[in-house]
Structures are given as structure tokens and as C-alpha cells.
Write a protein that binds this ligand. Structure first.
Ligand SMILES: C[S@@+](CC[C@H](N)C(=O)[O-])C[C@H]1O[C@@H](n2cnc3c(N)ncnc32)[C@H](O)[C@@H]1O
Length: 437
């Protein structure tokens, strides 16, 4: 009995992973990282493509599957339901010969220890193959299937962005490009581009960022020249625009409050390595990632594991010249990178996230020196977490004023700046910088 669970194949593993995400609401990255380690190397890429592809298109694939299986399978067979989605995804979107996609998917039922399901999956997938257009057309009549997003999120994005909602949903379904940030303490972007060229990695300057690079194709980080030595980090260009917002000078005491895995902490330090930077995160395991990143990039920060908004537990009483709150948020600007957000987020989350963000802003603001700057950023496109949050804050705090940076990081809003996903190829992001008068 236990043996079947240990059998390996890309399709069977993908089905188990997808079932776990859909049923137990586990994160794609977390489950996938563990599962890939158990798989033979030659199966890993297919497993990863299936997991990302199926989760990205799940509402659409599910609407088709619902037509093929009239009576839903029992919860204990959610791996077989997920395998059907894998089969449909291969037939619709992958360059695998149809006969191979079909037979290998059907065979994976046996790997999952459920040979009884082979007939069922074979019938469903052949049925779909015969009349694809009919099944597709019927499914695409539902808005959630057409745009491959849950209904509540479509409604929310429509409400916030009546002129852009379709473009946002479309951008969320794209494959994200891989972008790098060159460590300006080690070398220039031009020099690093030459190194990439010598390594036969096609890349170009990332417009709008001073140190960013856009790779033509994603690659393993360890193929990047000098990665281990800290020459470069992986970071979307939208996140690379945060450090300059803070207008960092020398001899400053800086607080980065929601810092893990440390992308922005390290960028802040690359700008001025001698500054006194305190990086804080509530999750001790994630704090270790900051440690690894600062070590790799040869930078130094003081790390604290704590709830940033509970200042009595960690603050030493010394104020800061700069504070960054890269707040926990809905992630609705980075769905293309984390498609499981569509499955994991619930409508109620937005209100509770907005409350967490309000508390962080409210409790951390008094820690800023007069004349100092506090940047608040999210990778969300929802106004409740962004401009509404900041408008409310400004109304409560007459001693706070929006600080206008030399270069706009995105499109101007009533308060702050909003980048929608896919604008200039970058992630969706909200930025605002507040000046303590
Ligand atoms: C958007 S991520 C930060 C990304 C990070 N700034 C970077 O650039 O790599 C949000 C982080 O906030 C942390 N977090 C959430 N609530 C927190 C709180 N109350 N205090 C401190 N950290 C918190 C999470 O653990 C998570 O690591």
C-alpha cells in the first residue's frame, strides 16, 4: 500500500502536488520544492511545468473537467481529479505529442496506486480530444474560466480598475520574465552584461532600473556568472525601484520591517553598505534567507525575528532615518510569478491584510526621526491595500506628507504610485514615500 505513494513520475507527482494545493491550500513553491528533490532529475522539469501550468489555468481546466466528469470524484481521489487537469493542460498547452500525453497520463493512475481510474481518465481525455472546440466554447462562457481567475477576484479587480481589468487578468496569466539586479558594489551593469555574453546567456539592460538586467530565457541561478560570489541577485525590476524611493544617504540608521528573504534589504545595503541597517521579519525561518543573502552579497545587517508592529518586543528606543514597510499583502500584482495566489487567497483575506498593514504603518511611524522618510510598498493592485490605505493614514497624521521622488516609479495615483502587472514587463507594485514633518 505504502509503496504506491513512493513511486515516482512527473505526472503522478504533479497530480499529488496539485491536489495538495487545491485541497489543503498549501503553497505551490513549498510543496514543489520538497517534491522535486524526490524526483529523478529528468522528470523534474515536466513536473514543474505541469504544476505551474495547471495552477495558472485551473479555473479554465476545471470548467472543462466538470463537463467530462459528471459526478465529482471523492475527496480521497483528488489526485485523480488533478491528474485529469494535468492531461487537459498537456493537450491544450504543451508541445507533447497527443498520444504520448494521453497514454502517459493514463499510466500515471497506476503510479498513484489507482489502476481503477485508467479507464475513466482514458475516456475523459479521448472525449475531450474528439470535441475540443465544443468543450472549450462551453467552458469559456463562464467569466472565471475565460480569464482563469476566481470570480471574487475578477469582481474586485474590475471594481478597482474598470478600464484596465482585462489587461491585468491577461498579464497575470503570462509567464514571468527573469530579471537580475547587479550588485553595484562588485561591478557595473555593463561589465556584467559582458560576462553574461561570454557565458552565452542572452540578456539586455532592464529599462527604468539603474542596475537591472532582463534575461531572454530564465535559467538556473547557478548558471549565472558570479552568482555564488554575490555579483548578482534575482529580483523583478518593480522591486528594484524601491531602494531609490528612500533617497538613502551615508550615516543613516535604516529599518526594513518585513524584510525576508532580503531582496530589498540587500539592495538598500548595496546602495550604501556602511549604513546601520536593521532587518526584521516575523518568520524566523525566512529570516535565515536574509542571512544567506547578505552573506552571499558580502553585506551586513542586524537581523531580528519579531512582529514589527509589536515594538515593545524588539525596539531599543533609537529612532530611524529611513523605514521601509514592504507590507504583507494579497500578492495580486505578482500572480504571474505565484499563480497559486488565485487558489489560496480568499475574499476575507483582503480586509484582514489591510488591518495588518494599517497596524504596521500606525505602530512604526513613531519610530521615524523628524525629517525622515518611510516607504510603504506592496505587490498588490488592490486599492484597499494601497492608495486607500495611505489616504486614510495621511488623514490621521497631519505630521506626515507625501514625499515626491525625483523619478516616478510608476503611474501617479491620488496617493503614491501604482504599477499594474506587465507594465514595461515588470510586476504589479504600489509605492509611496512619506516624509515626517
Ligand atoms: C512581501 S514579503 C517581503 C519581501 C522582502 N521585503 C524582500 O524584498 O525580499 C513580506 C514579509 O513580511 C513578513 N511579515 C508579515 N507580517 C509581519 C509582521 N507583522 N512583522 C514582520 N514581518 C512580517 C513575512 O514573513 C514576509 O517575509
Amino acid at each position: 500500500m505504502a509503496k504506491a505513494r513512493h513511486k515516482q513520475s512527473a505526472r503522478a507527482s504533479a497530480a499529488r502536488i496539485i491536489a495538495e494545493i487545491l485541497q489543503k491550500h498549501r503553497s505551490l513553491n513549498g510543496v514543489l520544492t520538497n517534491a522535486l528533490e524526490q524526483l529523478p532529475e529528468n522528470e523534474r522539469s515536466l513536473c514543474q511545468q505541469l504544476c505551474y501550468g495547471v495552477i495558472r489555468w485551473q479555473p479554465q481546466l476545471q470548467a472543462i473537467a466538470n463537463q467530462l466528469i459528471k459526478k465529482p470524484l471523492k475527496n480521497k481521489d483528488s489526485d485523480i481529479s488533478a491528474l485529469l487537469l494535468c492531461g487537459l493542460y498537456q493537450l491544450r498547452s504543451m508541445r507533447i505529442p497527443e498520444h504520448a500525453a494521453l497514454s502517459e497520463t493514463v499510466n500515471a493512475c497506476k503510479t498513484l496506486g489507482k489502476p481503477w481510474a485508467t479507464g475513466l481518465l482514458n475516456a475523459c481525455l479521448r472525449n475531450y480530444q474528439r470535441e475540443k472546440a465544443v468543450f472549450d466554447n462551453l467552458a469559456l462562457q463562464q467569466e472565471s474560466a475565460k480569464y482563469a481567475h476566481p470570480d471574487w477576484l475578477i469582481t474586485q479587480i474590475k471594481q478597482d480598475w474598470p478600464d484596465n481589468w482585462q489587461a491585468i487578468l491577461k498579464a497575470n496569466n503570462q509567464h514571468p520574465p527573469m530579471m537580475l539586479r547587479v550588485n553595484q558594489q562588485q561591478q557595473t551593469r555593463e561589465d556584467y552584461l559582458l560576462q553574461l555574453q561570454q557565458a552565452n546567456i542572452v540578456a539586455e539592460e532592464l529599462a527604468q532600473t539603474p542596475h537591472g538586467i532582463l534575461l531572454k530565457d530564465p535559467c538556473d541561478v547557478y548558471q549565472l556568472p558570479g552568482f555564488k560570489n554575490g555579483d548578482v541577485s534575482v529580483q523583478d525590476g518593480a522591486a528594484q525601484l524601491v531602494a531609490s524611493l528612500l533617497d538613502i544617504q551615508t550615516n543613516q540608521r535604516i529599518l526594513d520591517t518585513c524584510a525576508a528573504p532580503g531582496g530589498k534589504t540587500c539592495h538598500i545595503l548595496e546602495t550604501q553598505p556602511d549604513n546601520d541597517v536593521v532587518a526584521l521579519d516575523v518568520d524566523p525561518a525566512r529570516l535565515q534567507l536574509i542571512e544567506q543573502n547578505t552573506q552571499r552579497l558580502k553585506l551586513k545587517a542586524s537581523l531580528i525575528a519579531a512582529d514589527a508592529s509589536d515594538i515593545s518586543t524588539w525596539w531599543d528606543g533609537q529612532k530611524f532615518d529611513r523605514i521601509l514597510i514592504d507590507a504583507p499583502c494579497s500578492g495580486t500584482g505578482v500572480i504571474r510569478r505565484h499563480p497559486d495566489i488565485k487558489v489560496l487567497r480568499r475574499p476575507d483575506d483582503i480586509t484582514s491584510l489591510a488591518e495588518t498593514q494599517r497596524k504596521l504603518l500606525e505602530n512604526l511611524w513613531p519610530l521615524l526621526n523628524t525629517g525622515g522618510l518611510l516607504a510603504y510598498t506592496t505587490c498588490s493592485v488592490l486599492k484597499q491595500e494601497n492608495e486607500q490605505q495611505i489616504m486614510n493614514f495621511l488623514n490621521r497624521h497631519p505630521e506626515a506628507q507625501e514625499y515626491i521622488p525625483h523619478e516616478s516609479p510608476a503611474s501617479r495615483r491620488e496617493a503614491g504610485y501604482q504599477r499594474l502587472p506587465g507594465d514595461n514587463l515588470l510586476d504589479g507594485f504600489y509605492y509611496v514615500c512619506l516624509h515626517h514633518l
